[in-house]
Design a protein around this ligand. Structure first.
Ligand code: DX5
Ligand code: ZN
Length: 229
């Protein structure tokens, strides 16, 4: 069955807090995944960085594959890499359900988004804070998800940039309920509600979960704050 079914499920449900595993303990990945499952998260967000598109370097297919073996939760893979088109098939084979590329990393996002969809994965397009919504308008019909970065991609623990809220509102006007809107970077108890109110259905959280002692408590608190008014 197409892995895009997960997107339909996520779209029909209340806003979801997705943990970004960047700060998790990779020496205890199974334990970390179990704790997140027990906390009730609805998908895992995996940040792939190549040291070129962004200055930071993280992990690639093996960690996606390891997560796939450990859980049935949807895997939302955020590619912060150059030439993402060369690796789409490998991330699909590793078990990604949603693959998000950066608009700034490719000349023709439409072609890569189609490549992702043809494999049966959800296709996502991410924009950094300096990239305007207008620059991706032509590609929106090929997106299952748009990721609005609320920090410059590359590192966890940065401060939320409120330009993301304007961009979410603009995107919501353009896509309505057709495309999932996701926000990533600096999401915490102060910023999460505004993001949801601006149209984000998927709220990616790194430090505000992984720096807490109880993931369950952190996810519960953030999920409550993310509920619509
Ligand atoms: C940043 C990553 C994010 C980040 C989120 O480039 O895409 O997923 O790790 O972490 P926090 O919530 O700490 O900003
Ligand atoms: Zn991310």
């Amino acid at each position: 069955m197409s892995r895009r079914r997960h997107l339909v499920e996520l779209r029909q449900a209340p806003p979801a807090v997705l943990p970004s595993l960047l700060l998790c303990d990779f020496g205890n990945l199974e334990h970390e995944v179990r704790k997140l499952e027990e906390a009730g998260v609805r998908a895992l967000h995996l940040d792939v960085m190549d040291g070129r598109f962004v200055p930071n370097l993280t992990y690639g297919m093996p960690i996606v594959e390891a997560c796939r073996r450990l859980t049935d939760l949807p895997l939302d893979v955020h590619l912060m890499i150059e030439q993402p088109q060369q690796y789409i098939k490998q991330f699909h084979d590793a078990g990604a359900d949603v693959i998000t590329i950066h608009a700034e990393a490719v000349d023709a996002p439409g072609e890569v988004l189609s490549q992702i969809r043809e494999l049966g994965c959800g296709a996502g397009l991410a924009i950094n804070p300096d990239t305007p919504v207008e620059s991706i308008e032509d590609s929106l019909s090929l997106c299952d998800l748009v990721l609005v970065m609320s920090v410059q991609a590359g590192f966890g623990g940065q401060r939320f940039q409120s330009i993301a809220l304007d961009k979410l509102r603009r995107l919501k006007q353009l896509v309505g309920d057709e495309v999932l809107l996701e926000v990533d970077g600096g999401i915490n108890s102060e910023t999460i509600h505004d993001c949801q109110a601006a149209g984000a259905q998927l709220l990616v959280v790194g430090s505000a979960i992984f720096r807490e002692t109880s993931y369950r408590e952190a996810v519960r608190k953030l999920t409550d704050l993310a509920l619509p008014d």
